[in-house]
Design a binder for this molecule. Structure first.
Ligand SMILES: [Mn+2]
Length: 354
């Protein structure tokens, strides 16, 4: 009977299988999303040693750290909210891409980096080590923030992993996050992109920002961005040309030299009317549907080697809409990676035994 149950895993619309014990037939993966332990999409929760042994295709990493924010705190609770923000279980089916991603990719939840409060250096270092460990297993790390400061250790780890190949970055955000310091602090959530470029992890000309708007940064920071060759696309350009054309340019600019991409998504790139649960909301942003389409566009076109989704602060959310958008940013990336591998003729590696 166990074999029969296993065969029916992931097809919860067809459960229970004929003849099964009606009180035992559901695998944990198939139980409703709110039942049982909390992992991303009820995927297996593995420690670093188990990830290294299993060598999954994609691994979720939580980075529940928000000591580096400039305004409203609370993104430390983002990873749990993003994990919880789904009403699906089992082998989900992407209608957008026509693929069941967990039938094609082995995806796991590698748990959280062991951060502690009030210790920025330690927290960034354990995030860097965990992302490096996950990438070293061969998995694409998808990191759930946390404030945007975590992109410095996370993208640095991915850059170190892919070296000597060069890393391009596509960065969705209302804010450039390229300040020299904030109040004299080097590693805040307003500075990670500057640190990535100054450290040499990413070349300025391959650092591409999409969705910038509002009243920050000041002219001297924009001048530093110009001097270092960053490419950026204001929200006004998306209004004028449409997101798809702008994202196509962003892909080409990030891949102008590199052949691999790290994608950093600050959820505040979405208009705060659709994603209020964030620390520094800036009116006039992207539609959720535009961002999800952009992630599919990128995931289908490039070799995505790392990703983060940051700045989800559940305390300011309404009806979990921000956490749901962040969950779907991750799901669209996973589905696009799966579809790209399928279309390139690569073998399927299901997340669960059948
Ligand atoms: Mn931002």
């Amino acid at each position: 009977m166990a074999d029969e149950i296993r065969r029916h895993r992931g097809t919860n619309d067809e459960n229970p299988p004929a003849g099964a014990d009606p009180y035992l037939e559901f695998a944990d993966f198939d139980l409703p999303s709110y039942v049982g332990p909390l992992s991303f999409q009820k995927l297996p929760w593995l420690d670093d040693a188990a990830v290294a042994e299993r060598r999954p295709d994609v691994a979720i990493v939580g980075a529940p750290f928000d000591d580096a924010v400039s305004h409203r705190p609370g993104a430390r609770f983002g990873p749990r909210a993003i994990r919880a923000a789904t009403y699906h279980s089992g082998s989900v089916n992407s209608l957008q891409l026509g693929i069941q991603p967990f039938e094609w990719l082995d995806v796991v939840d590698a748990g959280d980096a062991p951060v502690v409060p009030s210790n920025l250096e330690r927290s960034h270092e354990v995030i860097r080590r965990k992302v490096l460990a996950v990438a070293g297993s061969g998995a694409v790390p998808i990191v759930l923030g946390g404030d945007h400061s975590i992109t410095y250790p996370s993208a640095s780890a991915v850059a170190a992993h892919v070296a000597p190949r060069r890393l391009g970055v596509v960065h969705f955000d209302a804010h450039a996050d390229t300040a020299a310091t904030t109040w004299g602090v080097l590693k805040s959530h307003g500075t990670p992109m500057r640190r990535l470029i100054e450290s040499g992890a990413v070349a300025g000309r391959n650092f591409v920002q999409v969705g910038l708007r509002g009243y920050w940064p000041p002219p001297e920071t924009m001048e530093w961005m110009e001097a270092n060759g960053l490419r950026y696309h204001f929200m006004t350009e998306i209004e004028e040309r449409g997101a798809e054309a702008v994202v196509a340019d962003a892909i080409a600019e990030a891949l102008d030299g590199p052949d691999v991409i790290y994608l950093s998504v600050d959820i505040d790139v979405i208009d705060p009317g659709m994603a209020p649960g964030t620390g520094t909301p800036e009116p006039g942003g992207m539609l959720t549907r535009e961002l999800l389409r952009a992630i599919r566009q990128i995931g289908g076109a490039v070799n995505l080697v790392g990703m983060d989704v940051v700045e989800v602060a559940p305390a300011y959310d309404v009806s979990e809409v921000t956490a749901a958008a962040a969950n779907r940013c991750v799901m669209e990336a996973i589905s696009a990676i799966a579809a790209r591998r399928r279309d390139r003729g690569e073998a399927a590696r299901p997340s669960f035994d059948r």
